[in-house]
Design a protein around this ligand. Sequence first.
Ligand code: GAR
Length: 216
Amino acid sequence: MLNIGALASGRGSNFQAIIDSIESGFLKAKIAVLISDNPEAYALQRAKKHGVETLVLHPKDFHDRDSYYSRIAKEFKTRNTGLVVLAGFMRVVGKSLTREFHNKIMNIHPAILPSFPGLHGQKQAVDYGVKISGCTVHFVDEGVDTGPVIIQAAVPAYHDDTEESLSERILTQEHKIFPLAIRLFSEGRLNVEGRKVVIKGIREDVFIINPPLLSP
Ligand code: GAR
């Protein structure tokens, strides 16, 4: 069975979606540990409630980024982690982790990459005035949200959206595609070929929304 190592910095609703998918039987996996950089992260409470081991590691307690991410890699390796998930982890992960878990780290990002990478993807989309937004699950490489795309889901963006209203619409999709991407990984159905992720046995147009062009 797949052992998942999770990293989260805050609320942890994506982390909860993964827990729920495991508990409902959608995902055949186990969360070995949740590591957070923030002792106040609500994700830690969620983990404890569901019997998941937690660990708080703060970069300030390490002399550099390399030793911070080496330690995280070590904690995951000790627990036989086959996949690392960034469930709202608000840092760019270091090479000592990406090298150790090459194409075995997934991130959920609240935008259709490569648009609006980095922090506040939803606000960037609102400020830009796009008509379509959404979210992306991708493998993590050394850049900022630049790794191979696994799944994207689109939602409409409206002229009167606020960061909050758009975030909420996107989040509903995040909670669907993140567990799905993890499931496809656990079933060995994701093949990375250069920049492209080939998914075995799934139609690739399932995430395209197709609303009627005009209201009746
Ligand atoms: C989610 O919207 C996630 O996509 C985003 O932070 C939120 C975390 O919510 N991640 C990033 O912006 C990463 N750059 P959650 O803690 O409730 O899962």
